[in-house]
Design a protein around this ligand. Structure first.
Ligand code: ADP
Length: 219
């Protein structure tokens, strides 16, 4: 038992160290990003402009990986927990995403029942909904794209009529760093999974290639 708990300690030290490094690396990266932006202004239209665009996009990707890694390594901070009216939280998040949906030409619908409450971290729960809906945006390739956010008591669903996933793909989507996107981090779903679990919920997916996908959270 003692050996086991020492191992767990050692593991959490590594996680802590990695989180510290991730955090420290972000500061110099931000300054490199800033100078690239200045250079891009000088080189506008020149033949090297493309290199700078790629560098900036790659830095943004590194930044996204670090941000998502940090939110995975962060311990559940029960101090930040509060009573949440889930329908209210989902409605607020819907409004944030509605603009993005309009911009992308995707229909975003909302169906709610009021009243379900839980204890939790509102920032993290919003992050889950945002990650799932952004994935749905990415999955939609056709012009009649539709996403629906449904809340019925403690069951929250995000459904899309996007490209869907094969069973083999579904097997892997919760693995850290698994992505099928050119600029993906592969951390969005592992982060969602961790947050939902820390709120004593479950996260499940059903999907069919060419038909669409439904992610279901049960609190
Ligand atoms: P990322 O979005 O950076 O790729 P995620 O962990 O959020 O990382 O997602 C992992 C993979 O799961 C995606 O690359 C995609 O292949 C698949 N995926 C997630 N959500 C959907 C969805 N709604 N429809 C189809 N595929 C999806």
């Amino acid at each position: 038992w003692e050996l086991l708990s020492r191992r767990v300690d050692a593991h959490s030290n590594y996680v802590q160290m990695a989180a510290t490094i991730a955090h420290e690396v972000r500061n110099p990266m931000t300054s490199v990003r800033g100078f690239l932006q200045l250079l891009a202004k000088d080189l506008q239209g020149g033949e090297h402009q493309m290199y700078l665009d790629v560098m900036q996009a790659e830095i943004d990707r590194m930044n996204a990986i670090l941000t998502e890694y940090l939110s995975m390594a962060r311990p559940a901070q029960s101090l930040e927990w509060e009573g949440i009216h889930l329908a209210e939280l989902v409605r607020e998040t819907f409004l944030v995403l509605k603009g993005e949906a309009n911009y992308r030409g995707v229909e975003l619908g909302l169906k709610l029942t009021e009243g379900f409450r839980l204890e939790g971290n509102p920032r993290e729960l919003k992050q889950v909904v945002i990650n799932l809906v952004r994935n749905a945006f990415d999955a939609i390739e056709q012009p009649d794209g539709r996403i629906e956010i449904r809340l019925n008591e403690g069951v929250l669903e995000i459904a899309d009529n996007g490209c869907g996933m094969s069973p083999a793909q579904i097997e892997r989507i919760f693995e850290p760093f698994f992505t099928t996107k050119a600029t993906g981090t592969g951390l969005g779903l592992p982060v969602c999974h961790k947050i939902v679990e820390s709120h004593n919920g479950t996260l499940e997916v059903t999907s069919e290639p060419g038909v669409g996908t439904v992610f279901t959270i049960r609190f």
